[in-house]
Design a protein around this ligand. Structure first.
Ligand SMILES: Cc1cc2nc3c(=O)[nH]c(=O)nc-3n(C[C@H](O)[C@H](O)[C@H](O)COP(=O)(O)OP(=O)(O)OC[C@H]3O[C@@H](n4cnc5c(N)ncnc54)[C@H](O)[C@@H]3O)c2cc1C
Ligand SMILES: *[C@@H]1O[C@H](CO)[C@@H](O)[C@H](O)[C@H]1NC(C)=O
Ligand SMILES: *[C@@H]1O[C@H](CO)[C@@H](O)[C@H](O)[C@H]1NC(C)=O
Length: 603
């Protein structure tokens, strides 16, 4: 789609993106200074019952559920600032990347993957804002396959999906009938482009049915999303809508470590607020919900982590636990691997049209409500019950803005742009083939003992050949998928340009694709697992060997669910909130002696 002179719309777009970036900085600083002015002193002097660190998907649910008990004083501590209503426009989410609302993490250079990306690095956006990463995600809601959870709880006696998992999904999902209780609304796409249905039809041509999209059953579907009345909705929004007096929220508050007594009992956290150190105390518990990078970092800075590593960092080791191990991410590839002859009715032009703005503000509809991805699919490549491969279909590619903004978000450097993307002369788009259960494992480690230093993130992408096999099977499946009448009707073809670095291989052979996936390794933005349940935390979310210290966020997932993980993370947060609140599972049955909190359980 490249052209010689930038079009009017591209100029308008670049200007809009530029000023929006300035605006984002402005609102984040405004929040900062407002906080400076108010400096609600009581934040510092009060003692709380519970302190929750991080207002992301998990933290917002736990804080909200704990504060439902009016007798509990809860403090929610968030390092980022509040974003304001304009950030609830779905299409704006992507613009938060690389802004002051993004932690802006990067992995360490990958040895066997990301070879074609700038510095061989994968860029990992994460929300530093009230609402956390769900403020910049694609809002796709998937529960995952029921067997995913059976795997997580295989050592738990009497585990039963319908008792241990399903009720928490139901509690989480605001589906209209449980309106005032659910933490997130689950809705259908408010807007689809005019090619969207062709994708579902192509799936039918391949013999797949239309599935519900939520339980990761084989088949294609339009995704369910966490949107309400055209607005991005996260558990934080639910919390803010009905805020309880016994819940205090402090923003721009960067937690450095957990305060621990000699018997490993957590009694508070140390955070900095406006450059000032503050020690907040909690009588009943500290819950870390700082995310897959933030939480292991805080634990390690508190002396909980791999002993040798902590010693090397000159941190006094208190508890030797595999914190930061087991990092897993849904790995993918294939941006702009496909081209259309007839482009869809969504793009820069539609985004910038005044009609779209009116449509949004008057009807909460139209292109501004797009989540980017219009269809998803789940498949088994072998004879497994749990799907191994997911498709996420985006009718647009990174070439829509001629390389001005989007490409930089994924680590596509100038050279790669010129040698590959700039040469694509048709509207390009993307089907991401996502490895649902990758076997590569990585780590999060400290770089030094300064809390402000970003940690070293190494996902070790493609270090297990299984991951490469599934990616290549995914590409083979994409080829079958586009060889169907509905895709022929749109003139969909494989982009024939050889990927830079893979010129020596014959196009469309296995060695070529292996080279391609190693060069163009992408994150699906789903890292989890760095405080694995079973190794770092118990099934009651308590950090092993400690008292009153819990972890509830994506880092506790032992393995990736089959699908976008926010649903599973939020479900686990509902479960954790109940366990922490009642010291037991409400649904607890008579259980084996090994069960962790059997003694305490009274409900
Ligand atoms: C671009 C993108 C698209 C995605 N799309 C989807 C999707 O469509 N569907 C889906 O299911 N998943 C998606 N995900 C993944 C999903 O959003 C995350 O897995 C999920 O939001 C993680 O929730 P969490 O509660 O574990 O952590 P987070 O939401 O990251 O929350 C952590 C919070 O803790 C705060 N924090 C961190 N450190 C500190 C500290 N030291 N002191 C105080 N506060 C701290 C952070 O600022 C943040 O607010 C996407 C992710 C990205 C990046
Ligand atoms: C909505 O959720 C409730 C549980 O909270 C459940 O009983 C009901 O069946 C759900 N309704 C739909 C339409 O999914
Ligand atoms: C979708 O809309 C665009 C722009 O209006 C048009 O050019 C294209 O032909 C349409 N495609 C289909 C498949 O209807």
């Amino acid at each position: 789609m490249c052209c010689n002179a930038p079009s009017f719309f591209i100029i308008l777009y670049v200007t809009a993106v530029y000023f929006f970036g300035i605006y984002l900085n402005f609102i984040s600083f405004q929040d900062y200074f407002e906080c400076y002015a108010c400096k609600e002193l009581n934040f510092r002097q009060q003692d709380y019952d519970y302190i929750v660190v991080g207002s992301g998907s998990a933290g917002s649910i736990v804080a909200r559920r704990l504060a439902e008990n009016k007798n509990l004083k809860v403090l929610l501590v968030e390092a980022g600032s509040s974003g304001g209503g304009i950030l609830q426009i779905p299409a704006v989410g992507v613009m938060l990347q690389k802004s002051s609302f993004d932690w802006g993490y990067r992995t360490v250079p990958q040895k066997q993957a990301c070879l074609g990306l700038d510095d061989q690095v994968s860029i990992w956006p994460m929300g530093k804002i009230l609402g956390g990463t769900a403020m910049l995600n694609n809002m796709i809601y998937v529960r995952g396959h029921p067997d995913d959870f059976a795997r997580w709880f295989r050592d738990t006696c009497n585990y039963d999906y319908s008792i241990d998992i399903l009720p928490y999904f139901e509690k989480l999902e605001n589906n209209g009938t449980n309106k005032h209780k659910g933490s997130v609304p689950i809705s259908d796409l408010p807007y689809k482009s005019n090619v969207s249905d062709y994708f579902l039809q192509a799936g039918i041509c391949l013999g797949f049915g239309i599935s519900d999209g939520v339980n990761a059953e084989p088949g294609f579907s339009s995704p369910k999303i966490t949107i309400q009345k055209g607005q991005r909705w996260t558990p934080y929004h639910q919390l803010a809508k009905n805020r309880k007096r016994n819940l205090a929220i402090v923003t721009n508050a960067f937690v450095e470590k957990v305060l621990l007594r000699d018997n490993f009992e957590a009694y508070g956290v140390k955070y900095t607020h406006m450059e000032e150190p503050i020690f907040a105390k909690a009588k009943k518990g500290v819950i870390l919900s700082a995310g897959v990078i933030g939480t292991p970092k805080i634990l390690m800075l508190s002396g909980i982590g791999p002993k040798q590593h902590l010693e090397k960092m000159k941190i006094k080791p208190k508890l030797d636990l595999p914190v930061g191990d087991n990092l897993q991410d849904h790995v993918t590839t294939g941006l702009d691997l496909l081209t259309f002859d007839y482009s869809p009715n969504i793009g820069i032009r539609q985004m910038l049209s005044p009609w779209s703005m009116l449509n949004y503000f008057l009807r909460s509809r139209g292109p501004w409500t797009t989540v980017g991805c219009e269809s998803i699919g789940f498949f088994n490549t072998a004879k497994e019950i749990v799907p191994e491969l997911q498709f996420m279909i985006f009718p647009l590619g990174v070439t829509i803005d001629d390389g001005y903004y989007l490409s930089s978000l994924t680590g596509i450097g100038e050279r790669l742009w010129k040698k590959y993307f700039a040469k694509i002369d048709k509207p390009s788009f993307t089907i991401l083939p996502i490895v649902l259960h990758p076997k590569s494992r990585g780590t999060v480690r400290l770089k030094n003992n300064n809390p402000r230093t970003p940690p070293l993130i190494n996902p070790n992408y493609l270090s297990d050949s299984y991951d490469i096999d599934i990616l290549i099977q995914g590409i083979e499946m994409i080829k079958e998928f586009i060889n169907t009448p509905p895709m022929h009707r749109l003139g969909v073809k494989l982009n024939p340009i050889k990927f830079p670095g893979c010129e020596k291989f014959e196009f469309d052979t296995r060695p070529y694709w292996e080279c391609y996936v190693r060069h163009f390794t992408l994150t699906a933005y789903h890292p989890i697992g760095t405080c694995k349940m079973g190794e770092v935390v118990e099934t009651d979310f308590k950090v092993k060997g400690t008292r009153k210290l819990y972890v509830v966020d994506g880092s506790i997932l032992p393995d990736l669910p089959s699908g976008n993980p926010n649903g599973a993370i939020m479900m686990m947060a509902e479960r954790a909130a109940e366990i922490i609140k009642h010291h037991c599972w409400k649904t607890q049955r008579k259980c084996c002696a090994a069960e962790v909190f059997q003694k305490e359980c009274q409900c």
